[in-house]
Design a binder for this molecule. Structure first.
Ligand code: PRE
Length: 106
């Protein structure tokens, strides 16, 4: 019994065309290259989100240590506005998710 994902002699290998959903090898090549770029971009985006979380923690800790609150709603409204201005309607839930990652649920 072959391991799952390990093609036996009877089972043909998955081709680039199968994996990408393309119908021609040329399109499969374009998609494979573009997916590599997307993966690299996603790695950078994740790194930037983690960096944002760390900087946000510095801000929140300083405010709390000074006797203030963790959350600053007027600043959050400003951030929601920036994201929706740049990305349209979907920018708002994206910014809300980022804020939740940075300060937890409220
Ligand atoms: O800018 C601040 O005052 C922050 O605390 C940072 C931040 C953010 O992650 O952008 C986090 C929590 C606040 O409610 C508002 C914004």
């Amino acid at each position: 019994m072959p391991l799952r994902g390990t093609p036996s002699d009877e089972e043909p290998r998955m081709t680039a065309t199968d994996i990408t959903g393309a119908r021609t090898p040329e399109a499969a090549g374009v998609i494979t290259g573009a997916r590599e770029r997307i993966d690299a971009l996603d790695d950078r985006i994740i790194g930037l989100i983690q960096e944002r979380m760390a900087v946000s923690a510095v801000v929140q800790e300083a405010r709390i240590a000074s006797g203030g609150r963790r959350v600053n709603l007027s600043r959050e409204m400003e951030i929601l506005g920036r994201y929706s201005e740049a990305l349209g309607r979907p920018g708002t839930p994206l910014a809300m998710t980022l804020l939740e990652l940075c300060r937890g649920r409220i």
